[in-house]
Design a protein around this ligand. Structure first.
Ligand code: NAI
Ligand code: MG
Length: 359
């Protein structure tokens, strides 16, 4: 068995990013110990924490450390002071967007994995949910998030430009088709091609790439219809590929299939170092209270091992431990319901300890 030597950069960021990433890191340490790998770690600043320390939401030092590491375990960015001040020029999420652009992280994978134990944690009926298993590919370095933005008419008019080029659609489409080949050979491409020119290009390119994958059944859906179908019939979805903005919104919606944002991990991959992070943000409303669900970070660590290091067995061991913790009845507050006994509702650290004991 091959022992691996890898260097992991831990970037907790802001708010509950700090709390959940600490658990994700402990799980990685446990895996290294259990399987005999040698993982070394470093930490770096991003977001509000980096603005406070260096006046820059993504200091060069952080970017260099990211480039020099084998993978990044990331938390979240954000602070209430910017949410209430839209005019702030230097903002935490600029660090996140710049990181994605600089590292060429054009594909964001978001598996919507429903653990059976959480069927009742969702607001969707169990008989509709049971067996749902979706893998989103959200494009991450283009679209309206990265186009020109500004104001005109003395600030009375605002604009954001959406732009996509053929190669950008092609590379994310290929990643999604490759994944479809390893799963149910079904792919849904989501766009708004009845209205948007970027979406018409998107659909053309996906149709062209589809010819390279004759075994995959392709379905095109408009985003409004896809949003409706996700709640009506989640089992209809397998692999989904979509643009940055649509993917951002649809995956938060899809988090309700898994029961909570606190359960959903993501992998951002592309040209260089992969970045693994929960889909949730810094959650000011529960920051510092020890209530955050650490599973999204822990499952991000599992994705890191699988995708960046090719350590499938180790990755599965983490997913299995999450399953066992849930089977034991342990719940953080976000996934607890009226039937959860009080003594089974645990905080972030205690949930982490439960995970480590099962590992
Ligand atoms: P959020 O994802 O931080 O929180 C939404 C809701 O879900 C909150 O009620 C929160 O308590 C709950 N929640 C999220 N993660 C949880 C977890 N692990 N365990 C238990 N409950 C959890 O989104 P929100 O509130 O819209 O934004 C808060 C800040 O985060 C903002 O400053 C925003 O800009 C930033 N943000 C950052 C992201 C990132 O770094 N990738 C993504 C989304 C938002
Ligand atoms: Mg989002």
């Amino acid at each position: 068995y091959l022992k691996m030597k890898k260097h992991i950069l831990v970037v907790p960021g802001d708010g509950i990013g700090q709390e959940v990433t600490a658990v994700g890191k402990k799980v990685l340490e446990k895996i290294a110990e259990k399987f005999g790998h040698e993982f070394t770690y470093d930490e770096a600043l991003i977001g509000h924490a980096a603005i406070e320390a260096a006046g820059n939401p993504l200091p060069d030092e952080t970017l260099e450390k990211m480039r020099a590491s084998d993978a990044v375990l990331f938390g979240a960015v954000g602070h209430p002071k910017y949410d209430n001040d839209p005019s702030a020029k230097v903002r935490p999420e600029q660090g996140l967007l710049k990181m994605r652009k600089e590292l060429g992280l054009y594909a964001n994978l978001r598996p919507i994995k429903l653990f059976d134990e959480l069927l009742s944690a969702s607001s969707i009926k169990p008989e509709i949910l049971r067996g749902s298993d979706i893998l989103f590919f959200r494009e991450l370095t283009g679209d309206i998030y990265f186009g020109e933005k500004g104001r005109e008419n003395d600030g009375d008019t605002a604009y954001d430009i959406a732009r996509y080029s053929t190669y950008e659609v092609e590379r994310i489409a290929r990643k999604a088709f490759d994944a479809a080949m390893t799963r149910g050979k079904k792919l849904m491409s989501v766009d708004k091609a009845n209205v948007l020119e970027t979406s018409r290009l998107w659909r053309e390119v996906v149709q062209r790439v589809a010819k390279e994958y004759p075994e995959v059944t392709v379905e095109h859906q408009f985003v409004d219809s896809a949003a409706m179908l996700l709640i009506k019939d989640p089992r209809r979805f397998d692999v989904v590929v979509t643009a940055n903005l649509f993917g951002d919104i649809l995956t938060d919606e899809a988090s309700q299939i898994a029961g909570s944002m606190g359960m959903l991990a993501s992998a951002s991959i592309g040209d260089g170092t992969g970045v693994y992070e929960p889909i949730h943000g810094s959650a000011h409303d529960i920051t510092g209270m020890g209530l955050a669900n650490p599973m999204a970070s822990v499952l991000s660590a599992a994705l890191l091992l699988d995708i960046s290091f090719g350590l499938k067995e180790e990755s599965d061991a983490i997913i299995n431990a999450v399953d066992l913790v849930l089977k034991s009845g342990v719940r953080t507050r976000d996934i607890a319901d009226a039937d959860t006994p009080k003594d089974k509702i645990l905080g972030t650290d205690a949930t982490g300890e439960a995970l480590l004991s099962y590992l």
